[in-house]
Unconditional design. Structure first.
Length: 291
């Protein structure tokens, strides 16, 4: 009799066992189920997504969000926000619902500009300020602003944001530039460093919503935004990277409390309130929405 069970390789099986141990079997299976449902919906909305031979760009519809034009180089990132990483998909959906009708947005660690593209497509008169230190990402971000016809509404700043003004030594880590604290690295990248308080003064913009995704440099960014956050209290989308040490995480939320963002602790997961906080599995990044 023919075996109709789906085949799985040894490497796939080993990876499944590893993931079950890391995340907990029930939580991992829940994660896979949600990922499968998201992929089905995403591919129904984007039936030609995997056809890379058609054009140098794609119109990508994020279910429940909006449709944006993206260059081929950032389509793998679009998959993560579309279905591959459920917490990222939920974050983009929550972002789209929260920013509708807003006029100004600051994207710290803008990468390829997916959030900028979504914001400007949802808000025809919206202005976005995108800060990104990686010159590779900046070039793709520029392409995406052109494809979405929002060049005149996205202000690009090739720089890192932190707690002081000067220069920051970074390194390449996959599709990102990251700050390395211990100095044990090669191929150093020196980039311009400034603060949110300084850059907003220079650009004469007061964003109503701020997204921060800086791969472990979150506390320094918040320190450099203290004046603005305390006076304006914008909606804040903040990813807390798993590399952040517990003591640093405590300092981060202590700072948020000091500038009048309400923070509570629920089931050992820090939640900024009124807000949301979610992550898919232990060891992943917290994604916090605070106001």
């Amino acid at each position: 009799m023919r075996n109709l069970k789906p085949q799985i390789s040894v490497s796939q099986l080993v990876n499944h066992i590893k993931q079950c141990r890391l995340r907990g079997t029930r939580q991992y299976l829940k994660y896979l189920s949600e990922q499968k449902d998201l992929k089905k919906t995403f591919m129904l909305c984007n039936p030609s997504f995997n056809d890379r031979n058609a054009d140098s760009m794609k119109q990508v519809k994020f279910p429940g969000v909006t449709t944006v034009c993206l260059s081929d180089e950032c389509l793998p990132a679009a998959e993560f926000f579309g279905w591959k990483e459920p917490s990222m998909a939920r974050e983009l959906l929550a972002f789209s619902k929260a920013v509708a009708g807003m006029e100004t947005f600051l994207d710290v660690g803008a990468n390829y500009g997916i959030f900028c593209s979504v914001f400007c497509n949802l808000n025809p008169k919206g202005i976005a300020l995108a800060a990104e230190p990686d010159p590779r990402a900046i070039e793709i971000l520029k392409k995406n602003t052109e494809l979405n016809r929002i060049v005149d509404r996205v202000i690009l700043e090739q720089c890192a944001l932190g707690s002081e003004i000067g220069e920051l030594v970074m390194k390449e880590s996959g599709p990102h530039y990251v700050a390395e604290r211990n100095g044990n690295y090669v191929d150093q990248k020196r980039v311009r460093l400034t603060t949110i308080d300084q850059i907003l003064t220079e650009q004469k913009i007061r964003p109503q919503v701020v997204k921060i995704d800086v791969e472990g440099f979150e506390l320094e960014v918040l320190k450099g935004a203290r004046t603005f956050l305390a006076s304006e209290k914008p909606l804040l989308f903040l990813e807390i990277h798993p590399s952040v040490e517990t003591s640093m995480e405590e300092d981060l939320f202590r700072l948020l409390k000091e500038i009048r963002y309400t923070v509570t602790d629920e089931k050992q997961v820090v939640v900024a309130s009124p807000a949301e906080c979610y992550m898919d599995f232990p060891g992943g990044a917290y994604r916090v929405i605070a106001s």
